[in-house]
Design a protein around this ligand. Structure first.
Ligand code: GAR
Length: 207
């Protein structure tokens, strides 16, 4: 059984999708063993506690540099013996130290079809605001492995979602979560735990 550590910062609906998937047997060979939050106030912590999942708060504010903060998070994940690290709405930038320790064992869910609307500054609601500004007709979500390049690692799963004429950023965010993120994140986690994802030349192959 692979140990899954989930990194969170906010509401934690993606964490909830993972918890629900685990409970209903959709995550094969994996168990969420720890939730780590960058903020003491994130509602994701309540979700973990309600499901008896151990939590740790590593407040970003208490560390001066990205380097020191990354070291603290990485050391905690090593102590927890995490096999897989999932960024589920984790809004803090970490440096190469964590990539070295968990290469091809860290995945992130991003609320657009990468390589559109991603990279520095594209997070949370801003992504959907930019999608509506541009007027694209399709958006969606992506689950990818985390590398040193922001949102640039090998793509594992993607799902498209229609943009509607009367969408607000909030309405679009909700639809992208419901129709894409909450489906492809648990699926990608299960594929990883079943050892079905292979990475070759910056691409993934699902076996
Ligand atoms: C989600 O839409 C997630 O894809 C996004 O933040 C939201 C967190 O919601 N992540 C990013 O933008 C990362 N670049 P949640 O806390 O309810 O899961």
């Amino acid at each position: 059984m692979k140990k899954i550590a989930v990194l969170v910062s906010g509401g934690g609906t993606n964490l909830q999708a993972l918890i629900d998937a685990e409970k209903s047997g959709k995550i094969k060979n994996g168990k969420i063993t720890c939730v780590i939050s960058s903020s003491p106030d994130s509602y994701a912590l309540e979700r973990a506690k309600n499901n008896n999942i151990p939590t740790k708060v590593i407040p970003r504010k208490e560390y001066e540099s990205v380097r020191d903060y990354t070291r603290a998070v990485t050391d905690t994940l090593i102590e927890e013996k995490a096999d897989l690290v999932v960024y589920a709405g984790f809004m803090t930038i970490l440096d190469e130290q964590i990539v070295e320790a968990f290469s091809n064992r860290m995945m992130n869910v991003h609320p657009s079809l990468i390589p559109s609307f991603c990279g520095k500054g594209f997070y949370g609601l801003h992504v959907h605001e930019e999608v509506l500004k541009k007027g694209v007709k399709l958006t969606g979500a992506t689950v990818h492995f985390v590398t040193e390049e922001c949102d640039g690692g090998p793509i594992i799963l993607q799902k498209a979602v229609e943009v509607k004429n009367d969408d607000t950023p909030e309405a679009l965010q909700k639809r992208v979560m419901e129709e894409a993120e909450w489906k492809i994140l648990p699926k990608a986690v299960s594929l990883f735990c079943e050892d079905r994802i292979e990475v070759k030349d910056n691409k993934t192959y699902v076996n």
